[in-house]
Design a protein around this ligand. Structure first.
Ligand code: ZN
Ligand code: ZN
Length: 400
């Protein structure tokens, strides 16, 4: 409440939670009222019901998203409610559902929720994601442990990587985001024109728009105060120039997207556009994402995370992007965050974002490309080359 959505006195909270997480939802609700909430409105969802719907509904119903729900969320956002989602579920919940049925449903939801999504991407609304383990998820992460023990271990891993396992979690979080902010200030001071990624499996150049800015958790938002949209978070990120990505990249960590697993992603870019792709596992799911719209053929996010982040050091593969993207440098296919532009508050439409060199899409899919043999070198506006990452870690101490 204090660091994530930073709930304001008398503010409404929209809480979204898995039906199996009633306990966590009740705890959040108590914390919200204790922090001065006016009203907590809770939406429970059930992943098994979702699977039943995606497996059994007629094909032409899959793209339909209830208008009352999309309108209701938009109304809450326009009424200045905060949004907190508790996530956690079986990372392969939808593995037996055909990829095109999942894609049809996702597209319908993304289209219906686009006005709400725009407010969210621009941080005109306070929102945050936190995690709570379900047995299905815990089983995937700790397959050798009995269910109860697996859930316990996953809780510990979540609290540890969220820096919430000590006596002063709020203080620990604030110290952490101050470090991310120091990195962000350093990157912004360099005037980076392009980044060159090099490892045995990756050789990629990414140009940045002239008005790009690096952002990180805990900074001032368009909503009027600082928030932490993701807990945990380790990233400092910006947006690429839409047409400025060239070369080849290979993913280094398993990805769970829309309940499907995607491994060994290889993508080739020419002038920003994806011209070739492959996945060792889940290529169908990857194709559905890339073929969503024109913008899903381009990148929207460039994020830096060192291999010595606590999540990477835990050695745990979470099969959950909230955690795994914070264990590794990553890129995202699809939409850019307007907040990654110094004049991002002028962005009111996809056309505005495109005109400023950013990318617009219904999709935003992060995939992990960091490793301990990845070097990233910046070319700055003065023509100098500055090492940013060496062997997967920050090349300079905090503060440059
Ligand atoms: Zn990211
Ligand atoms: Zn992202």
């Amino acid at each position: 409440m204090q660091v994530g959505v930073r709930l304001q006195p008398n503010q409404n909270l929209v809480l979204m939670a898995p039906a199996t997480q009633v306990g966590a939802a009740r705890a959040v609700s108590r914390a919200a009222y204790a922090a001065g909430a006016r009203s907590v409105r809770t939406l429970f969802n059930d992943e098994v019901m979702e699977r039943i719907h995606l497996s059994m509904a007629p094909a032409d119903a899959l793209g339909e998203f209830p208008k009352w729900l999309a309108d209701g969320l938009l109304q809450e956002a326009e009424g200045n409610s905060a949004f907190l989602s508790i996530i956690g579920g079986d990372p392969e919940n939808l593995k037996d559902v055909p990829a095109e049925r999942i894609a049809a449903s996702r597209r319908g939801a993304q289209q219906a929720l686009q006005p709400f999504g725009r407010l969210q991407m621009a941080h005109r609304v306070a929102w945050s994601l936190v995690a709570a383990p379900t047995p299905g998820w815990a089983r995937k992460v700790f397959p050798d442990l009995p269910d109860g023990e697996a859930v316990k271990q996953l809780w510990q891993a979540i609290l540890r990587t969220s820096r919430a396992d000590g006596p002063d979690p709020v203080g620990a979080w604030q110290r952490h985001i101050e470090q991310l902010q120091a990195r962000r200030r350093w990157l912004n001071s360099l005037g980076i024109q392009s980044l060159r990624y090099k490892s045995p499996v990756t050789d990629l150049t990414i140009e940045l728009p002239g008005t790009h800015q690096w952002v990180a958790s805990g900074q001032q938002r368009a909503v009027g105060y600082p928030t932490s949209p993701n807990i945990p978070t380790e990233e400092v990120f910006t947006l690429p120039l839409r047409t400025g990505v060239d070369g080849k990249v290979r993913s280094t960590r398993s990805l769970s997207y829309s309940g499907q697993r995607i491994d060994g992603i290889e993508i080739t870019f020419a002038q920003g556009r994806i011209v070739d792709f492959h996945a060792d596992q889940g290529e169908d799911a990857l194709r559905q994402v890339i073929e969503t719209d024109e913008g899903s053929h381009y990148l929207g996010e460039v994020a830096l995370v060192p291999v010595d982040s606590p999540i990477a050091q835990s050695g745990i593969l979470f099969y959950n992007t909230l955690f795994d993207e914070n264990a590794s440098c990553h890129l995202a296919i699809g939409a850019a965050y307007p907040t990654c532009l110094t004049d991002g508050d002028e962005v009111r439409s996809d056309e505005d974002l495109l005109a400023k060199g950013g990318n617009a899409s219904l999709v935003h899919m992060d995939f992990m490309i960091g490793s301990d043999d990845l070097d990233i070198t910046a070319r700055t506006s003065s023509g100098a080359e500055t090492p940013i990452f060496r062997r997967g870690r920050w090349a300079a101490p905090i503060g440059g």
